[in-house]
Write a protein that binds this ligand. Sequence first.
Ligand SMILES: O=P(O)(O)OC[C@H]1O[C@H](OP(=O)(O)OP(=O)(O)O)[C@H](O)[C@@H]1O
Ligand SMILES: O=c1cc[nH]c(=O)[nH]1
Ligand SMILES: [Mg+2]
Length: 210
Amino acid sequence: MTEHLTIVTHPLVQHKLSIMRDKNTSTASFRRLLHEISQLLAYEITRELDMTTKTIETPMETMDAPILEGKKLALISILRAGNGLLDGVLELIPAARVGFVGLYRDEETLEPVQYYFKVPENLEDRLVIAVDPMLATGNSSAAAIDLLKQAGAKNIRFMCLLAAPEGVARMKEAHPDVPIVTASLDRCLNDKGYILPGLGDAGDRMFGTK
Ligand SMILES: O=P(O)(O)OC[C@H]1O[C@H](OP(=O)(O)OP(=O)(O)O)[C@H](O)[C@@H]1O
Ligand SMILES: O=c1cc[nH]c(=O)[nH]1
Ligand SMILES: [Mg+2]
């Protein structure tokens, strides 16, 4: 991908996102819509995957059919809210390897606190797609991508549902080589680091906590 930021403006994505933003939307609906949107974002983030061909026999004749090239992908969920995007993408790319980076944001400092890290081997040979619905200050995603690079990842893309301009700028400074695919670039952060207009705390809304 060449663009640093891609906003998926497809009407289906935007319609589903508006329902998710509504504070009266239930936990069950929120989770289902995030699952659906994850697949539409996956369609965009995988648009330029490298292809090769394989010779196959159709019932009619022989053909060189297009297939994905290279090693399998690695999908990395930034816990816990990343899991809301993970399953949908994994349905589309069932052979992908999966890793987890456990981070939560300290509510006072807005700095990420790491509690877990487990990723597939040979990250350097894989396309790595990191997923987290919210890019707010960018501290969590920048830290997660630091860890993935330390583990060897070289070709990384980041998928989120909502991005704040502050988070996009932070990512561009820290990781200019990591393209971001999002459903929306929102207005700004509030003084507690929440995205406006946003949708609240994605983890709490999808898991019914708080
Ligand atoms: O860009 P930032 O300012 O770092 O904020 C974004 C982070 O905040 C949320 O996670 P949270 O800390 O709420 O943890 P959770 O996923 O366990 O709910 C979200 O899922 C991101 O990981
Ligand atoms: O608005 C925000 C910001 C960070 N994390 C969330 O879940 N929501
Ligand atoms: Mg998180």
